[in-house]
Design a protein around this ligand. Structure first.
Ligand code: ADP
Ligand code: MG
Length: 697
């Protein structure tokens, strides 16, 4: 590999290492496990473990860990050294097949939502053979699932793997029915665009809200925001460039194809996108990416803010989940081909997707939600909380043409193949997608881009939901084709099913401005749900149809769903609780003393003026006097309500009260502080402002 990429994959025990280091039969047996055609026996596992250990020791690793993704949404690890004493007390290194395959972390403190009593610490981790082992620092990390003693899943990876299989089966069934019998399995391809903010670390140290909550709880807008659009795709500042270089290098070593980097819309907001990969691996790699962004920022004296809305009034951050389905012989099932109107397989998959989204809009909404995303969805330049699908005019016309029974070719291709903007360029790649950045679910050429997902979230749940709802819709479609003898008749029937789906689900298609007020009204008229908050979105986990769907495919059990709802509820209440406490602490220890000192200074100045007090001082004293009251009284009101509601326990009803009663009171405090901040004297008010934080890199 050329010099800058020399170390690509050097920290991954990947395909090459496996092939080179394992005896041929062991390697083949491992490959069978990966493709689900066999299970690992003890000698094979031992041989792989041995090779892995040798490789890890050569790379300087001293420990190994089962790396898993508990329901906190982050990753967890417990390290064990390879070194042990032998029976003579002499040191030797040890890592067996059993160590590789199964672990028993004493992980009783992770949320289990009642799936596991705390006194029973047992939870087990099992190696996920489909995601590569890697080295982080001096630790060999083995991606694993995390389940309870009874086999209930305690993590986000286990249901993801199940959903991948469910979708593979359904897609394969459908493709086979449509005539391609040689397809044996399908997988998802996922590309996760990651948005984030970078700020100088010193500001985070000076702001407890950024430090503890990941977002500012108050702060008046800087005189300049993002209105000039001068940050988007602009020149990347040098300090950020150095940071990105470091990030890329770390990611490449881990075999992650970090590809695109650019400034985002808001000041000091950026994006990183890797090349898409297998869905399960992409989710793991995104977790690693977030970790590396955080760590690298620290090394550069920066802080990486992954929160969905660190600053009010400017864009928040998302994680765009680009998703498609690929057959084992490499065909993208969302690829329109040259003649999409005649491509029945394409039409069937697109229509199945449309139905999946319309029937499960609430579940999809939930899958992209977390407490932080409440501040982003529907706010500045973020997708609304209403789910709709954007297909682009070209594909939409084809579908409507099909629906109206007019010749299927009616779609007018909006390509630029004829247009040659620069003389001398003989080849201009064509692009048959137009763009609508305001849609939460957009078809972008040969994949769907789900833009609602919060930037700090694990991408597991959105993919679990996409995979499962699509599988169900495909299976319904396939049911209608089953038993038809001749392929020609299958194709006729498939078109009929597509027409019916378009008829029943066209309400979910929307190509206008998703950020507009009119759309909110129009969506309501169409009967599309608009769930405002995370805490309300998780009610879908109690919905009988949703429970049926998820349990039918064994992606979650009923108990696991109940547990998740309990955990999400707790997570929400805890998040708001931390925010309220932080806000009150800052009001009492920083803000009120600052305004008081400011007022005292001005009152003394006014007194020194004798009889003729300048208007400026008079005005200032009365505004500061009012500010003290506003801040103090709004904070006391918040505290009172918070104390009362905190006593209600961590129920869903209490969570909704937190959203509808506590959050607006926090907003009141914010408004009071912000109006002081506008006139604050910097000698007394030391809190870094938006202007300080967002215009320094
Ligand atoms: P944009 O910002 O224009 O939407 P980016 O290049 O930033 O595009 O990100 C697009 C993401 O989609 C990348 O991660 C890319 O690898 C991924 N992607 C491209 N094709 C597919 C596909 N067929 N399936 C899934 N992801 C894809
Ligand atoms: Mg992008």
């Amino acid at each position: 590999m050329e010099a800058p990429y020399e170390e690509f994959g050097s920290l991954v025990f990947g395909e090459n290492e496996l092939r080179e280091r394992l005896p041929r039969p062991v390697y083949l047996s491992y490959k069978k496990t990966v493709t689900n055609e066999g299970s690992l026996d003890r000698p094979t596992a031992d041989a792989i473990a041995h090779a892995m250990k040798r490789w890890a020791l050569e790379k300087g690793a001293t420990h190994y860990t089962h790396w898993f993704q508990p329901l906190t949404g982050t990753t967890a690890e417990k390290h064990d050294a390879f070194i042990e004493p032998d029976q003579h007390g002499q040191p030797f290194t040890h890592f067996s097949g059993k160590n590789l395959i199964k672990g028993e972390p004493d992980a009783s403190s992770f949320p289990s939502g009642g799936l596991r009593a705390t006194f029973e610490a047992r939870g087990y981790t099992y190696w996920d053979v489909t995601s590569p082992v890697f080295i982080k620092g001096s630790v060999l990390c083995i991606p694993t699932i995390f389940v309870s003693y009874n086999g209930e899943s305690l993590d986000k990876k286990d249901p993801l793997l199940k959903s991948v299989k469910v979708l593979s089966d359904a897609s394969t069934r459908m493709v086979n029915l449509l005539g391609e019998k040689d397809v044996k399995s399908c997988s998802t391809s996922v590309g996760l665009e990651q948005e984030y903010f970078l700020v100088d670390k010193k500001f985070v140290d000076a702001r407890p809200d950024l430090k503890l909550c990941g977002r500012t709880l108050f702060g008046s807008p800087a005189p300049k925001g993002q209105e000039l659009d001068d940050h988007y795709f602009g020149i990347i500042p040098e300090r950020v460039s150095a940071f990105m270089k470091d990030v890329n290098h770390s990611l490449w070593k881990l075999g992650i194809y970090a590809k695109t980097e650019h400034n985002e819309v808001a000041p000091q907001q950026f994006e990183l996108a890797p090349v898409f990969s297998d869905g399960n691996m992409a989710v793991d790699q995104n977790q690693l990416t977030m970790e590396i962004l955080n760590k690298t920022a620290e090394k550069h004296g920066l802080a990486c803010l992954l929160h969905e809305k660190p600053f009010a009034g400017i864009n928040g951050s998302g994680k765009h989940n680009n998703w498609s389905i690929t057959t084992d012989n490499g065909q993208n099932l969302f690829s329109p081909g040259d003649k999409p109107a005649e491509n029945i397989r394409f039409l069937a998959f697109i229509c199945s997707f449309i139905r999946a989204v319309d029937e499960n809009a609430l579940l999809l909404r939930m899958s992209a939600s977390n407490p932080g995303n409440d501040h982003r969805l529907g706010a500045n330049e973020a997708p609304p909380a209403i789910i709709s699908v954007y297909l682009g005019a070209y594909i939409e016309q084809i579908l409507y043409g099909l629906y109206m029974n007019s010749p299927a070719q009616s779609g007018k291709k909006e390509t630029v193949t004829e247009f040659n903007p620069i003389s001398g360029l003989s080849y201009i790649p064509h692009d048959n997608t137009d763009r609508n950045r305001t849609s939460p679910v957009a078809f972008t050429g040969n994949k769907f881009e789900f833009r609602m997902v919060g930037s700090s979230m694990s991408a597991a749940v959105p993919n679990i939901v996409l995979n499962t709802i699509m599988a169900d819709s495909l299976n319904k479609f396939a049911d209608e084709l089953e038993g038809i003898k001749y392929l020609q008749d299958v194709r006729v029937k498939a078109l009929e099913v597509c027409r019916k789906i378009i008829h029943d689900h066209k309400r979910i298609l929307f190509s206008g401005d998703g950020y507009s007020e009119e759309w909110v009204k129009e969506a309501e008229r169409r009967g599309l749900p608009n769930v405002r908050s995370f805490i309300e979105s998780i009610d879908i986990l109690d919905d009988p149809a949703t429970i049926d769907l998820l349990t039918k495919y064994n992606v979650y059990s009923r108990k696991e769903l109940t547990a998740r709802k309990a955990i999400y509820t707790e997570q929400y209440i805890k998040t708001v609780t931390i925010e309220v406490r932080t806000l009150l602490e800052m009001v009492r220890k920083d803000i009120l003393p600052a305004v008081t000192a400011d007022l005292k200074f001005n009152m003394e100045a006014a007194a020194a003026c004798g009889k003729k007090v300048p208007a400026y001082l008079k005005n200032r004293c009365s505004r500061l006097d009012a500010a003290i009251d506003d801040i103090y009284l709004s904070a006391e009101k918040l505290d009172e309500k918070f104390c009362a509601l905190s006593a209600e326990g961590q129920t869903s009803a209490a969570g909704k009260k937190f959203y509808y009663e506590i959050c607006p009171l926090m907003e009141d405090v914010r408004k009071a502080i912000d109006s002081y901040e506008v006139i604050a004297d910097k000698r007394f008010y030391k809190m870094p402002s938006y202007m300080d934080i967002l215009y320094t890199l």
